[in-house]
Design a binder for this molecule. Structure first.
Ligand code: FES
Ligand code: FES
Length: 224
């Protein structure tokens, strides 16, 4: 199968295609500079503060569910999004309605200057989707990569508990899916379709990115 030079991923349930990008362009640069989608913040730009946190979803091995991970977009290269779905803080608030996570942050006074808030919201969103009744330790672990210099952590930990109550008040629909977006199962099917489109090979002025999809393609790569 021929190699591709186009990164394909979902953003807000829609297919995005980026052809021959610089392999070292970060997801944060792509969001803020190319899409002008500036809800995701840049703090340290080296993976320490969590201001740039976004969530990446992959179809699980069974193929009918999603595995979500909160990542630092400032140290994640754009080609690594291939075959995945990206969620940013803009993905959550739809039609003016706050997501249960955002509502909990408001209700628990989890934000002062607000610079860290989109990152905390996305880490909490990943927790919300991955766990139904996290322990205090699991909440602390989920927030371990996010720094806040002015609110303090107790209101944010309270929000991590409140978000589940808010989800239940929405009749359960927000419990499972992002409101207004295709359901997880449908998105997992779409991601499986993206996966099967051959190896990705991008050559840029400052480096190369390869994502082989077979042993044979990987072996050929080792010979390069
Ligand atoms: Fe600080 Fe990315 S901007 S971790
Ligand atoms: Fe100001 Fe967290 S609200 S840094």
């Amino acid at each position: 199968m021929a190699h591709r030079d186009t990164v394909r991923f979902l953003l807000d349930g829609e297919l995005r295609e980026v052809r021959n990008c610089d392999p070292t362009r970060t997801v944060l640069q792509y969001l803020r500079e190319d899409l002008r989608r500036c809800g995701t913040k840049e703090g340290c730009a080296e993976g320490d503060c969590g201001a740039c946190t976004v969530v990446v979803a992959e179809a699980d091995d069974a193929g009918d569910g999603l595995t979500l991970r909160a990542i630092n977009s400032c140290i994640q290269f754009l080609p690594t999004l291939d075959g995945k779905e990206l969620f940013t803080v803009e993905s959550l608030g739809i039609g003016g309605a706050l997501h249960p996570v955002q509502k909990a942050m408001v209700e628990c006074h989890g934000s002062q200057c607000g610079f860290c808030t989109p990152g905390f919201v996305m880490s909490l969103f990943a927790l919300f989707k991955n766990a139904t009744a996290p322990t205090r330790q699991e909440i602390d672990d989920a927030l371990a990569g996010n720094l806040c210099r002015c609110t303090g952590y107790q209101p944010i930990v309270e929000a991590a508990k409140r978000m589940y109550e808010n989800g239940m008040q929405r009749g359960g629909e927000a419990w499972i899916d992002v409101p207004g977006r295709p359901a997880d199962r449908a998105r997992a099917g779409a991601l499986r379709g993206l996966r099967q489109r051959g190896s990705l090979a991008i050559k840029g002025p400052r480096g190369q990115f390869h994502a082989p999809v077979s042993l044979k393609a990987g072996a050929q790569l080792v010979k390069i």
